[in-house]
Design a protein around this ligand. Structure first.
Ligand SMILES: [Zn+2]
Length: 258
């Protein structure tokens, strides 16, 4: 998926609405804990920069028409067919930069701004998504690892955080550690996502070239869109890591009052 990562760290703030929260839990809210800002700020700045970069690059490159003048949907169909993915269908999806390949439905969903556009940005994005379809069809190992991590990552980023907060607030240290280890799965998910995304973009540039969909003068422009998107995944790793380090810091006694 080629999308803009969330910038706010995992909604930790909004999840802490419990009125009976203790002082320690209160301290966990990053707006009130200067140490959280120390941990979170570098990754947050990187995430904001990545979001600005991907949006501005996409806006710029979506104004540049490609020489081949194929729409995103036409290019996607051509690339899927050239990879013998004849049964992978195209479907529309709402929103902007919501384009994604769905491995369970074997469907490539394109946003209107990409499907109907003849821009360089559209070519780069559809080729990236076809890259995911090829990963799926060829049993690309990291994609399988990533898919296997999804349930644990979901649990880790929700239940894990709650267990940590509860364990920390009630001073049941083992419970907090369980929460922290559960959150490790969420962190690993962001790590494994990185090679999957970079590989999809590498495949994208290769297939755009080999199928003569972009001229050599257009190569750098198409790549700039995918590189900007890759940065959002790097930022996601940094954000998950900073959260993990913060939790570790809290548990190792960094904020202990006793
Ligand atoms: Zn992707």
């Amino acid at each position: 998926m080629l999308h803009v990562q969330r910038v706010v760290p995992s909604g930790l703030h909004s999840r802490l609405q419990c009125r009976r929260r203790t002082k320690e839990v209160h301290d966990l809210m990053f707006y009130f804990d200067p140490m959280y800002l120390v941990f979170a700020m570098p990754a947050l700045v990187l995430a904001l920069y990545a979001q600005w970069k991907v949006t501005s690059t996409y806006n710029r490159m979506s104004q540049v028409p490609s020489m081949i003048r194929l729409t995103g949907a036409e290019a996607a169909r051509r690339l899927l067919d050239s990879n013998r993915l004849l049964t992978v269908n195209l479907e529309p999806t709402a929103g902007e930069l919501t384009d994604h390949y769905d491995p369970s439905a074997k469907v490539l969903r394109l946003s209107p701004g990409v499907a109907q556009s003849t821009s360089i940005a559209a070519l780069g994005i559809v080729a990236h998504e076809v890259g995911h379809a090829v990963q799926d069809a060829t049993g690309y190992e990291m994609m399988r690892v990533r898919a296997a991590l999804v349930p644990a990552a979901n649990l880790g980023s929700t239940l894990g955080i709650w267990l940590f907060i509860l364990g920390f607030a009630l001073q049941i240290t083992p419970l907090a550690w369980v929460g922290l280890f559960a959150f490790v799965a969420a962190f690993l998910f962001t790590v494994v996502t990185l090679p999957v995304e970079l590989d999809a973009s590498r495949r994208a540039m290769a297939m755009l070239t080999s199928n003569h969909l972009i001229a050599s003068t257009e190569y750098g422009m198409a790549k700039s869109v995918l590189d900007a998107a890759a940065l959002t995944y790097v930022a996601a790793v940094a954000q998950a890591l900073s959260q993990l380090l913060y939790f570790g810091f809290m548990l190792m006694g960094g904020r202990r009052r006793d």
